[in-house]
Design a protein around this ligand. Structure first.
Ligand code: NAD
Length: 275
């Protein structure tokens, strides 16, 4: 499926608009924040989500379009690319963000849960890359941003399959960066730490003390916000990051910078100077 043109999108008022992005999981959280920011930055945005109601907001945007579907399916990824090309004439950026969580000890993980996690979190990213590739090759400055997690950078208790799927996304990103770099396609990955979205909110609301405990391991002493992750996604999607390829970028308040030591208390410790 070769792209036919890279002309800028003309809105009804005749104004030209710039790059075209497809964002998966654009119905909520980090994906929605990324889609909103890219629209603000003058991108046209195709948002994909399994929840049609959640992603329908994009149809109200002049330079937005929604696709309802499962990123683990070929049809959804084909439609995502077709809508970008038909509506906006190009595909310059892919933000492969859709993901689902999993929590539970090893003994309790069900086979169908393993399949679902890997289907959405890993296969969804692979299919997005495969289907997006021909259209990205028609872009002057193509970029792919995958969304993994700090759970993919190290092991995590009670999140084994999630962590494995995200570790897979990280190495898929690196492989894509190495294989596609010579074709001018940059592929980078953001790894959020615990971020306040629909994925984390129910657990935090059910047990507020949990949020406090989670913040304790963060050097910045708080959880992240979706818009903070979106800013890094937008940078990696833009020509401003033209020499960044294959990077795995934590957006985690410093969690992965720690080698495992206890963090200092919030108030600075006064050092006693012995004369
Ligand atoms: N929130 C966090 O603390 C956190 C931390 C690290 C990584 N992440 C990752 O960030 C990404 C976004 O998570 P979020 O926190 O914004 O979650 P979220 O639940 O707020 O949003 C995820 C969106 O993906 C959609 N989705 C789920 N399965 C899908 C499928 N099969 N096809 C298409 N869309 C699908 C959901 O409907 C939802 O709109 C995920 O990949 C997640 O693993 C989140």
């Amino acid at each position: 499926m070769k792209q036919t043109g890279t002309e800028p999108f003309l809105s009804p008022d005749g104004a030209e608009h710039g790059r075209v992005a497809a964002v998966t999981g654009a119905g909520s959280g980090i994906g929605r924040a990324a889609a909103e920011l890219l629209l603000e930055l003058d991108y046209s945005v195709v948002g994909v989500d399994i929840d049609p109601l959640a992603v329908a907001w994009l149809d109200d945007e002049l330079r937005g379009a929604s696709v309802a579907g499962d990123v683990g399916s070929e049809e959804c990824n084909r439609e995502m690319v077709e809508v970008a090309l038909e509506r906006f004439g190009a595909l310059d950026v892919l933000v492969l963000n859709a993901g689902v969580p999993q929590v539970g000890p090893f003994e309790t993980v069900k086979t169908d849960e393993i399949d679902r996690l890997l289907r959405v979190n890993l296969r969804g990213v692979m299919l997005g890359l495969q289907w997006g590739l021909p259209a990205l090759e028609g872009s002057e400055d193509p970029a792919v941003v995958t969304v993994a997690s700090v759970s993919g950078m190290g092991g995590e208790p009670y999140m084994s399959v999630y962590a494995a799927s995200k570790g897979g996304v990280i190495n898929l990103t690196r492989s894509a960066a190495v294989e596609l770099g010579s074709r001018g396609i940059r592929v980078n990955c953001v790894c959020p730490g615990a971020t306040l979205t629909a994925m984390t909110r129910p657990a935090l609301e059910a047990d507020p003390a949990r949020g406090v405990k989670m913040s304790r391991v963060v050097p910045l002493k708080r959880l992240g916000e979706a818009h903070e992750v979106a800013q890094v996604i937008a940078f990696l999607a833009s020509p401003a990051s033209s020499y960044v390829n294959g990077a795995i970028v934590p957006v985690d308040g410093g969690v992965t910078a720690n080698c495992g030591q206890q963090l200092p208390p919030e108030a600075p410790v006064a050092l006693e100077v012995v004369a």
